[in-house]
Design a protein around this ligand. Structure first.
Ligand SMILES: [Zn+2]
Ligand SMILES: [Zn+2]
Ligand SMILES: [Zn+2]
Length: 465
């Protein structure tokens, strides 16, 4: 699909969702359809109602009546959620709008309703034409006009077959004139003067099932999950990339821990069958340009060939609907309410306590094996498993007489890179040199320049691991 088409479709989808959510009843109906309570919504004739038909499932589900039910169905059809198909055509009285019309047959010559239907005989001698009944007299055929007896079919009389005859004007005809009698106001309307009303059945547009499922059900829970983990959540976030291009991130979740600001770019890719590699590539390029390294893709229903490998390679966490459900129902919940407090510390142990309060597991002098095979020593490693993302922060602490030089910062950055840790914090006592600071900034290292750290109290009992 061309990019412009995809964007146009996405915008249309967006509008549809917004308007559905605005209309709680429509949303409830869609949710019920999605839960497969019913597939087709068919009208049922009911001439006791004003419209002559009802949608019982809609009326029962939403507790609405008549026109309101039709209006909801129509609005969902307009939004492309439901497909409507012709079901039947009803006739409506042009005078009183009643749907209670009965057909009425009339003489095509004089319009009289006084017509009869039967075998039509013609008396050859006098030319009289009439219904068989008119000729019957005591078991014989007698012409009502000339009173002669009819004896032999095909000789002195003919049969014209079964036809109709007007009792008022005598016209014999095969097709009567159709009119419609209104049972409410009794007026009789010509066939071409009667209003015609089409009625429809509705069913879910199956190509929309996946996004509806997500948008109306899982998405809200997912956003709530993120908020519970302390994130601020922005949908359709506009992010300016390093290239200067502006990107739209489906869901951008950010949390400022004081020490590090975590950003997670969450993309939502929904296809009818499989999400292709091109979509994963687009997302990866977008997040890279935006400088966001926590990447999550919600994939509905599943990834296509080749896309999975690429996602793993690019460290994109993929959540399919089943993963999402598991995460939302059984994933790690925040142990306790995360308390936002000003980030400050006077000593290393205070810093560690602060991190623990933010929900991190904290390890001093952690040994981490890098991709190169080398084992690195990280002054403080803080880890927080949130189910979708495991955040790891490498904290380097440098205490010296003089400002930290570029080489030290470079080593730290190199170590974190090899260990695959993207969140980097450097605490420098008493500070950094100018070029070291510049390098740190460029590498996305959060720097705290501290005049001094309080000396550590010797820990009781437990030896340091
Ligand atoms: Zn006759
Ligand atoms: Zn007539
Ligand atoms: Zn009427």
């Amino acid at each position: 699909m061309a990019k412009a088409d995809k964007e146009a479709e996405a915008a249309e989808t967006e509008r549809a969702i917004i308007s559905i959510q605005e209309d709680a009843l429509a949303m409830k109906l869609v949710a019920t359809i999605l839960a497969a309570k019913f597939v087709d919504i068919k009208p049922q004739f009911d001439f006791t109602t004003e419209s002559g038909f009802v949608y019982p499932v809609v009326e029962q589900t939403l507790n609405v009546k008549g026109k309101k039910a039709v209006a909801i169905l129509e609005s969902l059809a307009d939004r492309g959620v439901l497909k409507k198909s012709f079901y039947d055509r009803l006739l409506r009285c042009p005078r009183c709008q009643s749907m209670n019309l009965r057909p009425s047959t009339n003489c095509p010559k004089c319009s009289s309703r006084n017509i009869t239907r039967g075998r039509i005989l013609e008396h050859s001698a006098c030319g009289y034409v009439g219904v068989e009944d008119e000729f019957t007299s005591a078991g014989r055929y007698v012409c009502p006009r000339c009173k002669l007896e009819l004896r032999t079919l095909g000789a002195d009389y003919q049969s014209r077959g079964v036809l109709r005859k007007c009792r008022d004007c005598g016209e014999v005809f095969s097709v009567p004139l159709m009119k419609w009698r209104c049972l409410k106001c009794s007026s009789l309307a010509d066939e071409d003067k009667v209003d015609e009303v089409s009625i429809y059945s509705y069913n879910l547009d199956e190509t929309k099932r996946n996004w509806l499922d997500f948008e109306l059900q899982s998405k809200g829970q997912f956003l709530e999950f993120l908020r519970q983990h302390g994130y601020e959540v922005t949908e359709n976030a506009r992010v300016k990339g390093r290239s200067g291009a502006e990107h739209c991130i489906d869901i951008l979740a950010t949390r400022d821990d004081g020490i590090v600001t975590h950003s997670i770019a969450i993309g939502v890719e929904i296809a009818r069958e499989k999400v292709g590699l091109d979509r994963i590539l687009d997302f990866d390029v977008k997040t890279y340009d935006s400088g966001i390294h926590n990447k999550v893709l919600i994939i509905i229903p599943t990834l296509g060939e080749g896309a999975e490998k690429f996602a793993v390679y690019q460290r994109i966490k993929v959540l399919e609907l089943k993963d999402l459900e598991m995460l939302l129902t059984g994933g790690p919940q925040p142990d306790r309410e995360i308390v936002k407090e000003p980030f400050e510390f006077k000593s290393k142990s205070q810093l560690m306590q602060y991190l623990e309060k933010q929900g991190y597991r904290v390890k001093k002098n952690a040994k981490v094996k890098g991709r190169s095979g080398a084992v690195h020593n990280i002054d403080i490693l803080a880890t927080r498993d949130e189910g979708i993302i495991i955040h790891r922060i490498a904290i380097g602490i440098g205490v010296a007489e003089k400002p930290m030089v570029l080489d030290r910062v470079f080593d730290f950055d190199d170590k974190a890179y090899d260990a695959g840790i993207m969140d980097k914090v450097l605490i420098a006592v008493p500070g950094l040199t100018g070029e070291a600071r510049q390098f740190a900034e460029r590498q996305g290292i959060r720097v705290f320049e501290v005049e001094q750290l309080e000396p550590e109290q010797p820990e009781e009992g437990s030896p340091e691991s």
